[in-house]
Design a protein around this ligand. Sequence first.
Ligand code: ADP
Ligand code: MG
Length: 291
Amino acid sequence: AAPLVVAVSTAIAAKKGLLIRNRASFENARLIEAVVFDKTGTLTRGEFGVTNIASSSPFTEEEVLSLAAAVEAHSEHPIARGILTSAEERQLSIPQVSHFQSLTGKGLQGEVDGKEVMVVSPGYVRSEKLSINEESLNEWSEEGKTVVFTLVNGKIAGMIALADIIRDTASEAINKLKQINIKSIMLTGDNAKVAQYVGAKLGIDEIFAEVLPHEKSDKIVYIQKNEGLRTAMTGDGVNDAPALAKADLGIAIGTGTDVAIETADVVLVKSNPMDVLNIITLSKATYRKML
Ligand code: ADP
Ligand code: MG
């Protein structure tokens, strides 16, 4: 009878939009003790809108945005879509870019009219020791906004703040996990202040922020080894894939990148954080019956 129960559960799961790609990991989902969530695109919708722009002379705010949009036209990151949409809404002309390069976990770069243009994180700007408009950066970050810098030939031309929307059921998912004694952890490449803002709204137990893509999987190992917890990882990005692979249960958001989906043990077709809980509950129900 046991295999039948599993087959039925897999079918129930599929009907609910939980795509089980790895049966063994689904079985072990009932033993999960910590759930790690990526922020952008996982706890949030990853649908950014530009809310503020600041420029340094001689650049205008419109130039800061159109230069950023030129480089972002080559990226698939949620930030890219936000910047492009905003530039289009303002009907700015978007210049051509050559020598495009993605700087993993830091941002992007390309050449516009013989000038090197970069769109990068506050962390990168800090590491280059460039002087920052700390006041605006602080103010915007504390409002939970993601801030990127536009650099031209290595100098700051301006900064752009983008706001994302927390997914409707994220808070409920974190609460329900807490009720069944599962720790919730945020793992993000974004700024610590933004991470704090979102984490506090959701009641997340622990936050790792400003984590570079190659460090995400190290954090999973840290949680497994040092905290001694069986760990699920939930993510959507290319940068989440190694962490999804390292976790005891890798969960991809349905709207995520192909790499994340191909690496995951389970795919949440509806991109609903509550479905993380549904997997664990269904795994418990399924394999309890078999004992
Ligand atoms: P998360 O882990 O929350 O999904 P990422 O690791 O994808 O975040 O990105 C981390 C940070 O790197 C972003 O907050 C941003 O500062 C910078 N970044 C990544 N991709 C881009 C991009 N296309 N344009 C500008 N900045 C980017
Ligand atoms: Mg993400």
